[in-house]
Design a protein around this ligand. Structure first.
Ligand code: SF4
Length: 450
């Protein structure tokens, strides 16, 4: 049986009002190169961009002797294994606990350690969610009848090691050749035309990549073109920005004004324009996040959060409850928590489906229902998001779950697999044999009645 959560013990670790305390110290001064950086400089979005860490030698320079040579060598080894490049804002870089970076949940999300990688699951997929299969025109995925996903850029202000679109985001690495990089406005007209000709579509998610990397002019072009289409009723701008670079909301007025103008234009048409952001750890939330959200809230911008469940980052009850309460406190609706997709280079991040079900049970009831995230599994193969407890069958011993998506892909059966390293030693052994794997899947399908 896969390992599960000790809920009662974890619940005791949640101080009732901890979610109202936001870090407001000059935490960046723990990084040797930034020990003299003033609060004003640190608040400047241009300073944050200019000092983002993108290379190992830059990291060496800013940290000096703060970390050991062995740790840096481990990162170098990680870069040879991960499908993602390094990109991390000073804000997040400085929030890492540099006294113990190996165990730090923020370091884990953005800086790879070679020693923490484990082999990919045999059934992983580069495009786990089959976004490319359901793509009628380049940069657009159309799976649900009334909703599309538009990817106008392939760059982000940070690169998350667990990214589900590691096949296209952030440029080539030692392990993945990517033929796209950056913003691609020449492809957008085909997207607008497709949407104009598909009157069932009401909802557009603008993701990527990250909307933070679009210029104000590009935000306006996309927003105005989409809002002009009569049947488009809802636009969601997806950005991890508020979580990892709140200074942009506070000091990049041109970008914020472009977003506000699109929100107002939408409202004038009776249409919604909202932001979907992506906090995964309570350690990402500080006074800066609260100030950024205060500005957006006062301007009438609605923000929802989508977190990704990650081993050692947020898969404990106290971490997830704190995250949920803090987000609610700063006026972000905790909307989704995703079970980790089965993409390459992420096996060490993945959790079992059982952990997700138990975590959902533990979080439910700790705050109001509308602020309780829905825990979902985005089905490999393109079945869409399903509630984690809505599987048709779950063989926990071998970590195999079977699902259906009756409206999205009627009649199809989808499979999700738990990470092998979390299964019993006997089950781990079975997974080593290709024949046994096939038998386990056949048996699971038989038991499920498929
Ligand atoms: S911000 Fe989103 S798209 Fe960009 S690397 Fe992170 S998960 Fe991927």
């Amino acid at each position: 049986m896969a390992e599960s959560l000790d809920i009662a013990n974890e619940m005791e670790k949640i101080p009732e009002l901890q979610h109202r305390n936001f870090r407001n110290d000059e935490f960046w001064k723990q990084v040797p190169a930034w020990s003299n950086v003033s609060r004003e400089e640190f608040a400047d979005s241009k300073w944050q961009l200019k000092n983002s860490i993108r290379k190992l030698d830059q990291m060496n320079k800013v940290l000096g002797k703060r970390v050991s040579k062995e740790f840096m060598a481990d990162i170098e080894a990680g870069l040879k294994l991960t499908p993602m490049n390094i990109r991390i804002t000073p804000y997040i870089f400085a929030l890492i606990d540099w006294d113990n970076p190996a165990d730090d949940p923020l370091r884990k999300q953005f800086l790879p350690l070679g020693s923490q990688f484990i082999a990919d699951h045999p059934f992983y997929r580069e495009d786990s969610l089959s976004e490319d299969v359901d793509s009628p025109v380049e940069t657009l995925t159309h799976r649900y009848a009334d909703k599309v996903l538009f990817l106008p850029t392939t760059i982000c202000p940070v690169y998350c090691l667990y990214c589900t679109r590691s096949r296209i985001i952030g440029g080539s690495t030692d392990t993945v050749e990517k033929d796209t990089y950056g913003v691609n406005p020449k492809k957008w007209d085909a997207v607008f035309e497709y949407l104009m000709n598909h009157p069932k579509v009401e909802d557009v998610v603008i993701s990527g990549g990250d909307a933070y990397m679009l210029t104000p002019a590009q935000i306006r072009t996309i927003g105005e073109n989409l809002l002009r289409i009569p049947h488009i009723r809802r636009i969601r701008l997806a950005t991890k920005g508020i979580a990892i670079f709140p200074q942009k909301i506070l000091t990049d007025d041109a970008w914020v004004n472009a977003v506000l103008d699109i929100v107002k234009l939408g409202r004038s048409y009776g249409k919604q324009v909202v932001i979907h952001t992506h906090f995964s750890s309570p350690l990402e939330i500080t006074k800066w996040s609260q100030m950024a959200m205060d500005r957006l809230f006062q301007e009438g911008v609605y923000v929802r959060n989508q977190a990704v469940m990650q081993n050692g980052v947020n898969n404990k009850v106290n971490q997830m409850v704190l995250l949920t309460r803090q987000l609610s406190f700063i006026n972000i609706q905790p909307y989704y928590v995703y079970v980790h997709d089965m993409v390459p280079g992420c096996e060490h991040f993945r959790t079992t489906l059982r952990e997700a079900v138990e975590l959902e049970k533990a979080v439910r009831g700790t705050t109001a229902g509308f602020n309780t995230p829905t825990f979902v599994c985005d089905l490999p193969g393109g079945g869409g998001k399903r509630h984690v407890a809505s599987y048709e069958y779950y063989d926990e011993e071998n970590g195999i779950s079977l699902w259906q998506a009756p409206y999205v892909k009627p009649g199809e059966v989808f499979m999700y697999y738990d990470p092998i390293h979390k299964l019993s030693p006997e089950a781990q052994k079975r997974w080593q044999s290709a024949k046994e794997r096939e038998n386990m899947v056949i048996e699971a399908k038989r038991k499920a009645g498929f």
